[in-house]
Design a protein around this ligand. Structure first.
Ligand SMILES: NC(=O)c1ccc[n+]([C@@H]2O[C@H](COP(=O)([O-])OP(=O)(O)OC[C@H]3O[C@@H](n4cnc5c(N)ncnc54)[C@H](OP(=O)(O)O)[C@@H]3O)[C@@H](O)[C@H]2O)c1
Length: 313
């Protein structure tokens, strides 16, 4: 197989042996794979892959066709799938536990599917499993124009929440309303909105300083990203008086069983809707694997709507 290999802090496309699936695993012939902020951190040497995953091939999500199976995973052979992986997604083949697969609906092209799993599983886990978002509740999503944000806006709308998308530019507000946001506002307008029930914090301290203050009684704030800083002064008296819950998580570091549960829960709640064309994966740009360095540079630029995807030869 070919893979984007980290070599002295740079990415180079290199040949590697094809992986062999073990018990309960499949091998995916990868068609496309989304980029994530964690990939850039890994290349820079700040976010090593968890044990059991290729240490020098980044890539947390992918889509393709299963071309080999280990014992117990035979039913997946030849199926179009997407998956979250602990690393190794930016390659033409990957070995993945079958429990971490999602079936890709027939009408969905594999390019978009390559950027489905990380954003939708993360957003679903945060909003449903952690925040317990209910119909009619008011939801704020910061960093809403990114990969996780565009998924969260759609899940919020699907659950019947009054979803407020927050960005630092107006450029993508119409597109966010198209995805189901009832309001789209700028970061500087966040301080003026009526109290909300749930905040999905995808930016970190830069917006949490304000979003935390917008939580009403029994409000829940779920931290998923800290690209905008991880340190914040919190008024614990307000947490007590409003009975707030502050929580957060990372998907990558979870045990295989925990990941399997998160994937299964997302598949149960989102699978039908995705099949009916009710979920979209906005792809801002796609690059061939040979141009992986350009793709990573593009991911680092502000102003994108949705995902950057690598397409495999
Ligand atoms: N915990 C987990 O399991 C998990 C899983 C996936 C992702 N994440 C993290 O979640 C975050 C979002 O992921 P993503 O894939 O959606 O990233 P993304 O596609 O890069 O989107 C990030 C969004 O946040 C906005 N943003 C960045 N810095 C900002 C700031 N200081 N103020 C206001 N807006 C800002 C960006 O706007 P601009 O375009 O204007 O820069 C962009 O729209 C990342 O930090 C990522 O590492 C965590």
């Amino acid at each position: 197989m070919l893979a984007a290999v980290i070599t002295e802090g740079q990415l180079q496309v290199a040949e590697r042996p094809d992986p062999t699936p073990g018990p309960g695993e499949v091998r995916i012939r990868v068609a496309a794979a989304g980029l994530n902020a964690a990939d850039l951190l890994q290349v820079a040497g700040h976010y090593p892959a968890p044990a059991g995953w290729p240490p020098d091939i980044p890539g947390l999500e992918l889509a393709g066709t299963v071309d080999a199976t280990g014992p117990g995973a035979e039913s997946w052979l030849d199926r179009r799938v997407c998956a979250i992986v602990g690393g190794g997604g930016h390659a033409t083949a990957a070995r993945v536990p079958a429990a971490h697969l999602l079936a890709v609906p027939e009408h969905v092209d594999l390019r978009a599917a390559g950027a489905f799993a990380e954003g939708f599983v993360t957003a679903h886990d945060a909003l449903v499993s952690q925040a317990g978002l209910r119909p009619g509740e008011r939801l704020v999503v910061t960093g809403a124009a990114g990969g996780v944000g565009t998924a969260a806006v759609q899940i919020g709308a699907m659950l019947g929440a009054h979803t407020i998308a927050v960005t630092r530019s107006r450029a993508h507000h119409d597109a966010l309303r198209d995805l189901g946001a009832l309001e789209a506002i700028l970061t500087e307008e966040l301080a003026d909105i009526a109290p909300v029930d749930v905040v999905l914090e995808l930016v970190g301290a830069a917006t949490a300083a304000t979003s935390l203050g917008r939580l009403g009684p029994h409000g829940r704030l779920v931290v998923i990203g800290v690209g905008g800083g991880s340190r914040l002064e919190v008024d614990l008296l307000a947490v007590m008086q409003r009975r707030l819950r502050l929580t957060g998580s990372t998907l990558r570091s979870r045990s295989p069983d925990e990941k399997a549960r998160a994937v299964a829960a997302a598949a149960t709640d989102l699978g039908d809707r995705w099949s009916r064309g009710g979920l979209r994966v906005p792809v801002a740009d796609a690059y061939p694997l040979a141009e992986v360095a350009r793709a990573y540079a593009a991911f680092g630029h502000s102003g994108r709507f949705g995902h950057i995807v690598l397409e495999m030869p």
